[in-house]
Design a protein around this ligand. Sequence first.
Ligand code: AHM
Ligand code: MG
Length: 338
Amino acid sequence: MSDSTVPEIYGWTLERHILEQQRHVAGASGEFTKLFQQLALAGKIIGSRVNQAGLADVLGVTGDVNVQGEEVQKLDVFANHALIRCLEAGGQVCLLASEEVDDPIPIPTRFPLGKYVLMFDPLDGSSNIDVNISIGTIFSVHERLSGATEKPGLRDCLQPGHKQVAAGYIIYGSSTMFVYTTGKAVHGFTLDPTVGEFFLSHPNIRLPERGKIYSVNEGNSAKWDDRVRSWVDAMKQEGSGPGRPYSSRYIGTLVADFHRTLLKGGIFAYPADNRNPEGKLRLLYEASPMAMIAEAAGGAATTGHERILDLQPRELHQRVPLYIGSKLDVEDLERALG
Ligand code: AHM
Ligand code: MG
C-alpha cells in the first residue's frame, strides 16, 4: 500500500496555512490572505520564467540602467511587472514600491485601494541570473498610514522595520520556496511544480543560536574598516572562539546567503566600506524584511551599532550596512565593532 500513500506534507498548502493563522486574528477581513495568494501567484509566475532561463529569450540585459545605477536584466523587468500585475488589481494594497523603480508605484485609479503597502526587490541577486545560481524575490508588508481620503505616498513607505506586519522571500533555487513571517514564527513552503502549490515543508524554522559559517564578499576587504577586517580574521583563527575556524560561504545573492544562514546558522555581512559608507544593501527591500525574519526565528540583525528594525528610513532607496544571522554570532560582531 505504500505506493498509494500521500505524504503528510500535501495536507498543508500555503493558502490553508494562512487561512488557519488568520482565524486567530481578531477582525481579520481576508485581505491579508488574498495579498498572500497574489504574492504566491507572482512567485510561481517568476519561478516558471526563471526555470526557462537559457531556453526562452529571458537572459541578458535590457540595455537600461536602474535607479541604483546597475544594469537592468530582462528577468528583473519581468519579475517587477509580474509583481505589479498580480498585486495592483486585487484591492489589498494602496501603494507598491520596488527596488527597480525610482518612486512609489501608485495603484491605477480603476482599482480599489487596500490597507497594505507592499515593497519588494523583484529579483534579488541579478548578477547570478545568467549563471544558473539561486536568485529570489524579497517582500515587506506594512499597514497604510495615510487616511482613507488621503493619497497614499512616500510617508506610507518610510516606516521602520518593526512596523512591518509581514515579510518574506521566494527563493528560486534547486526548488522554489516561499518563506514568510508575521513576526511570531517563520514558516517555509516548497513549490511542487507539478501541482502548482506551495506546501508547508519547513514549519517553525529556528535560526541556530550560533553557527559555523561566515558569509561576506572578502574581495572588498581592502576597503573595510580595520575592525571589520579583524573580526573576519578572528573567525578564521583556531581557538579564537567557539567552533572556530568558521567555514566561508558566499553566493552573492542575499536571498540565498540568508536562506542558508536561516537554516544552518552563522552570520551574513555586507559591511560599509570606504567607497560605500552606507553599505550596498537596501534598507526597505532587503535589510528590513530579512531582519524581521531573522528575529522571528530567534536570530538578530544589526548595522553593527543599531538594530535594523529600529531604523527610521529617510529615503526609499536608502542603503544600510547589514550583519544578520545567529544571535551569538551577531553579538560577537557588535563587540568587535565596539
Ligand atoms: P541586487 O538586488 O541588484 O541583485 O543586489 C543585491 C545583491 C545581494 O543579493 C547580494 O547580497 C549582494 O548584492 C552581492 O553584492 P556583491 O556582488 O558586491 O558581493
Ligand atoms: Mg537585491
